[in-house]
Design a protein around this ligand. Structure first.
Ligand code: GTP
Ligand code: SPV
Ligand code: MN
Length: 598
């Protein structure tokens, strides 16, 4: 157990409220994992998968109304509402604690409370933060085991008086009307109740590593971001690292473990995966930005993952993985839409109902076997491209930051900002179409600054200000780019093939970082000359690349108006630099003679 007095007292106090039958401290051993799995097989919380085909893999279904993060039930509970800002749901700490207490009271009766000490980041690194999650879910314990560093090795450095984030979770009744995901940044605490789904309950992930961490990062002068981190090794052995922020289900996992496109193989690049979801970044003594991935696993979207789109993910998830809300096949293996195999004739769907291929709902639409936001949890160490620097306490140096969204129109394939300040404006005005990772209307375009709209733990205007200040503290700030893999043609089909082929765009980005290539100056930033994107071995229809790079003035003028509406929610608090950048962009368009500037 622990010497930490505060931890002992807190566990006791929470147990008094939740009333578990017993308390179990998680140590992190292999035997413990097997014991917990066995217990969960007996209650049905987990199903053991075919151990010959998927060794060490288990299956889990969440409640049907509990399949994605519930942003409308997620709150930032600061004393003053303005500290949470206009983009977050807010509740006063007093109200939040008292509402949640009602639901937590006795919620663990007859259950075990597991105490899970965990470290986000390598234990002992300057970047790292310790949390302790109390939970009544074995599924949560086993996920945390893959996603973070857990157990005894974390308690030791915590010592007698080390600080930790208090993370309390109970499934309670899994009732959506009694579900709350509460963050108390001023108390360094998280209370989550009534859910059993990923981002709502794996409290080290979005709750600690983004919402609480972003709050701490502002005070401590660093950045906690919803970003993948990857290394691109050039044939001479030199590795450049990039960090990229795309909203949920917009391609981070896919890009982070990209395989080389056939056509570029002979160039001899090598990809290194550092992280697929979260980056913590600090300015090091060399004046540049360094990043770690605080996690140790992937919690990735299953549908669409296959040996063509993401062969490295497919290899990663063949063992020691947890599958959530996918289709369960008769032979104890799993299936999802747009995976490797043809649909099986029958199986049990994500809701636990018998499913047959070709089944239609009352509107004549196919009934999916796997939920669109079904996921796999797998250790990064199993990824063939896992970076050898995952455990390094200093992380990796970042050459480029990339923002991107899902935009059928408007945003070109890639552009480079003019400066750090302009890049912050580009990130702050990012927008994307809503995906299945969030509850709500799919496909609707919403502003999602830096892909952090659901994850910023404080006032977003102050967050922009913090980004601006970080830039002024760096001697060599990374260049900032924007990409869009999702532009469509008049038939609604993606013009850019994406996935592996995205390396062609990354190549241009790195050439720009190293001043190796010229670019065309447009009102929105620098775009590539078509000749500078290496299309060797890729058959794009004639003129497609040019179409991907078109900047439509009329659409951008409309965009500027929409941005202005978005800014209004921040009233006077929006940093003047952001407004300056908006005005400058408007002016650049006004000075442009032709309608289409490409
Ligand atoms: P979160 O885990 O929710 O944060 O998502 P993510 O950003 O890691 O997204 P992920 O890589 O799982 O991709 C989500 C969806 O986007 C999948 O359906 C992919 O098939 C699709 N996708 C990823 N990359 C591309 C791309 O380059 N082009 C196209 N058209 N689709 C892509
Ligand atoms: C996301 O939605 O951005 C995810 C999945 O990465 S979750 O952990 O549920 O937030
Ligand atoms: Mn994510």
């Amino acid at each position: 157990m622990t010497e930490n007095k505060k931890l002992k007292e807190w566990v006791k106090e929470m147990a008094n409220m939740c009333r578990p039958e017993r308390i179990v401290w998680i140590e992190g051993s292999e035997e413990e994992k097997i014991r917990l799995e066995k217990e969960a097989f007996l209650t049905g919380e987990l199903i053991q998968l075919n151990q010959e085909k998927l060794p060490g893999c288990v299956y889990h279904r969440t409640a049907v109304n509990d399949v994605a993060r519930t942003e409308h039930l997620t709150f930032i509970c600061t004393k003053k509402q303005e500290d949470a800002g206009p983009t977050n749901n807010w509740m006063s700490p007093k109200d939040a604690y008292s509402k949640a207490k009602e639901i937590f009271s006795g919620s663990m009766k007859g259950r075990t409370m597991y105490v899970v000490p965990f470290s986000m980041g390598p234990i002992g690194s300057e970047f790292s933060k310790v949390g302790v999650e109390l939970t009544d879910s074995i599924y949560v314990v086993l996920n945390m085991r893959i996603m973070t560093r857990i157990g005894k090795s974390v308690l030791e450095p915590l010592g007698k008086d080390g600080k930790f984030t208090e993370c309390l979770h109970s499934k309670a009744e899994l009732d959506i009307n009694k579900r709350l995901i509460l963050h108390f940044p001023q108390d360094n605490a998280i209370w989550s109740v009534g859910s059993g789904y990923g981002g709502n309950v794996l409290l080290g992930k979005k709750c600690l590593s983004l919402r609480i961490a972003s709050y701490l990062a502002r005070d401590e002068g660093w950045l906690a971001e919803h970003m993948l981190i990857m290394g691109i090794e050039e044939p001479d052995g030199h590795i450049e690292y990039i960090a990229a922020a795309f909203p949920s289900a917009c391609g981070k996992t896919n890009l982070a473990m990209l395989v080389l496109p056939q056509g570029l193989k002979k160039k001899g690049y090598k990809i290194w995966t550092v992280g697929d979801d979260i980056a913590w970044m600090r300015i090091d003594t060399d004046g540049s930005l360094w990043a770690i991935n605080p996690e140790t696993g992937f919690f990735g979207v299953a549908p669409g993952t296959n040996s063509h789109t993401n062969p490295n993910a497919m290899k990663t998830i063949q063992r020691n993985s947890i599958y959530t809300n996918v289709l369960l096949k008769k032979d104890g293996t799993v299936w999802w839409e747009d995976g490797d195999e043809e649909a099986p004739k029958e199986g049990i769907d994500w809701r636990g109902l018998p499913w047959k291929s070709g089944m239609l709902d009352e509107n004549g639409k196919p009934i999916p076997g796997a939920h669109p936001n079904s996921r796999f949890t797998a250790p990064i160490s199993q990824c063939p491209t896992a970076s050898f620097r995952l455990e390094q306490h200093h992380g990796v140096p970042i050459s480029a930051i990339i923002f991107g969204g899902r935009r059928a129109h408007l945003a070109p394939l890639v552009y480079e900002s003019f400066s750090w300040q302009h890049g912050v404006y580009v990130g702050a005005t990012m927008a994307s179409e809503r995906t299945a990772a969030q509850f709500g209307l799919q496909g609707e375009v919403r502003r999602d600054p830096m892909a952090m709209l659901p994850f910023c733990g404080y006032n977003m205007a102050d967050y922009f200000r913090h980004w601006l200040q970080m830039g002024s503290k760096m001697i060599k700030p990374p260049k900032i780019f924007h990409v869009n893999w999702f532009r469509t043609n008049e038939r609604g089909k993606f013009i850019w093939p994406g996935f592996s082929e995205n390396l062609r765009v990354l190549e241009w980005i790195l050439e720009r970082c190293n001043n190796k290539v010229e670019a065309e100056k447009t009102p929105i930033g620098y775009i590539p000359y078509a000749k500078d994107i290496d299309l060797t071995g890729l058959e794009l229809p004639k003129g497609a690349l040019e179409r991907l790079l078109v900047i439509d003035k009329k659409q951008w003028l409309q965009e500027l108006e929409e941005q202005k509406d978005f800014f209004k929610i921040f009233s006077d608090n929006l940093p003047c630099e952001i407004i300056e950048e908006w005005q400058a962009l408007k002016k650049r368009f006004a000075n442009l003679k032709t309608l289409n500037a490409s």
